[in-house]
Design a protein around this ligand. Structure first.
Ligand code: HEC
Ligand code: HEC
Ligand code: HEC
Length: 423
């Protein structure tokens, strides 16, 4: 009898820490998943093999380059001394424990919506799942007056939203999950919502008219994600959007520019339920800020097909397209599934803002590489082969052929951007 009690005691003393350990491990694992959804590593890791989360990535902003912090649990160089309350305040309010105000290049206006359970899981991950790196990140040096961090307190009062995500009772659980991921952790609006004169996002929920209607950051234009059938997601199905986020390929489009990193670092790791929830939420957004149009059976579409077939291209861009682009994107603009994007009807090609198109042609790029997705393909740079005028002509051709209808690109658009990019 005595022995039985002893065994029982022994079993309890051994099991309690084991169970608690398992709970902690589950919390840390959930935090790791949420850190992917929020792409903490994408911003907090230096390019070319920097240690994960050790900071040192320079982020371009209209005020100068802002350096990301070391957020590993090192007590001196990183955030090892942060209590949970410090961590939550930095993420939600943009204030570090020493009172330092963070620049909104850290998406705390979106992270303010992260709920308490997720915040605890993130904290557990950063304290117990991330390796400490004892090297301080380089400091941010902005010119006066942008180096006056105290002024950000005023900015926060004027622009930063506060309060957790409030589920909408007129929508179901899947829609609310999608809205939560897009608005909080995913901080999709940081790129896809236009910014105002003080760098503020013009809205943080679907109740704002400009929310997710397209924005330019660091010379990449992130397109309209509302239901606009021209340059928005109106003609894409929810399944196409989910596939695009998982593999960078969906509905004939291929991720490019700054979206490549988002897919590689973040969205490819989301589970199918979460991807579908995001797609359902995006598909619920009514068409706003409409631009561009696609009419594949229009007379204009037939004329451009004819011009390309007869080899007597009516427009200067057509000859350039046949010589330099048709090999991959095909003469009919149809692209090749799982390899090259279609340009016919591609919303990114139809956007009112053409920064991304010009930049892609000047710099070239590559499609994302993901677990289980198609392999990486290259889009060449044409900076050395085509003049600014020719780049403008070939983009204009793509924007006005096969039924595409969007405003032309001028030589000046190209020259201005090349100056800004120093390319
Ligand atoms: C879009 C880029 C971006 C993303 C995504 C991002 N951060 Fe940041 N973060 C920054 C920048 C930039 C700073 C530095 C801001 C400054 O110096 O004012 C920063 C600062 C911080 C700080 C303050 C550290 C200190 O004391 O200096 C913490 C903590 C932090 N981030 C945590 C996170 C976590 C956790 C995530 C993911 C949930 C995350 N960040 C995602 C850009 C980002
Ligand atoms: C760092 C900036 C950035 C962030 C953050 C970002 N995107 Fe993007 N996104 C872009 C850019 C640039 C493009 C245009 C290039 C392309 O089509 O791949 C794009 C394209 C897209 C497209 C294709 C749209 C089209 O019509 O061509 C979808 C869908 C999309 N993003 C969804 C999202 C979602 C959902 C999130 C949040 C989880 C998100 N993005 C976060 C920059 C970003
Ligand atoms: C060797 C094959 C190849 C050639 C040649 C090529 N491209 Fe691409 N293009 C790609 C790939 C791959 C992508 C996918 C995204 C990336 O690479 O960043 C792409 C993306 C694009 C996109 C963005 C659409 C999207 O959904 O990703 C446009 C616009 C584009 N190319 C236009 C052109 C034009 C115009 C030319 C000729 C001047 C051209 N391309 C030549 C392979 C090619």
């Amino acid at each position: 009898m005595k022995r039985a009690v002893l065994y029982l005691l022994l079993a309890v003393t051994l099991l309690v820490p084991l169970v608690a350990g398992a709970e902690d491990a589950a919390l840390v694992a959930r935090g790791a998943y949420l850190a992917k959804a929020a792409d903490c590593a994408g911003c907090h890791t230096a390019p070319k093999g920097g240690a994960p989360f050790a900071g040192g990535l320079g982020m371009g902003s209209p005020f100068g380059t802002i350096m990301t912090s070391n957020i590993t649990p090192d007590p001196v160089a990183g955030i090892g001394k942060y209590r949970f309350e410090d961590f939550a305040r930095a993420l939600r309010e943009g204030v570090a424990p020493d009172g330092k105000h963070l620049y909104p290049a850290m998406p705390y206006p979106s992270f303010s919506k992260i709920d308490d359970d997720d915040m605890r899981a993130l904290y557990a991950y950063f304290m117990h799942g991330v390796a400490p790196v004892p090297v301080a990140a380089p400091p941010t040096r902005l010119p006066f007056p942008f180096d006056q961090r105290w002024a950000l307190a005023l900015w926060n009062l004027a622009f930063a939203p506060s309060g957790r995500y409030a589920p909408r009772t007129d929508r179901d659980a899947q829609w609310n999950r999608g809205a939560y991921l897009v608005q909080s952790l995913g901080h999709c609006g940081a790129c896809h919502t236009p910014r105002g004169p003080a760098f503020e996002e013009r809205g943080y929920t679907e109740s704002s008219r400009r929310f997710l209607t397209g924005g330019t950051n660091d010379h990449w234009f992130a397109p309209n994600l509302t239901g606009d059938p021209g340059a928005g997601l109106g003609r894409l199905g929810a399944a196409d959007i989910a596939a695009f986020l998982k593999s960078g390929h969906g509905g004939g489009q291929v991720a490019f520019g700054s979206m490549v990193q988002v897919v590689e670092d973040s969205t490819q790791y989301l589970n199918d339920d979460d991807l579908n929830a995001i797609a359902v939420y995006l598909k619920s957004l009514p068409a706003r800020e409409s631009a561009g149009a696609y009419a594949p059976r229009s007379l204009a579409a037939k004329v451009s097909a004819q011009a390309l077939r007869t080899g007597e291209p009516a427009r200067p861009g057509a000859g350039i397209y046949l010589a330099y682009c048709a090999k991959c994107h095909r003469a009919d603009g149809g692209g090749e599934p799982r390899k090259y994007p279609r340009l016919a009807g591609n919303p990114a090609v139809l956007s009112a803002e053409t920064t991304s198109l010009v930049r892609l042609l000047v710099e070239g790029g590559n499609s994302p590489e993901t677990r289980g997705g198609p392999k990486r393909e290259k889009m060449p740079s044409f900076a050395g082969q085509l003049t600014d005028l020719q780049i403008a002509q070939v983009i204009t051709f793509a924007r006005t052929s096969w039924g595409n209808d969007a405003r032309p690109v001028t030589q000046r658009d190209v020259t201005t951007l090349r100056h800004a990019l120093h390319k």
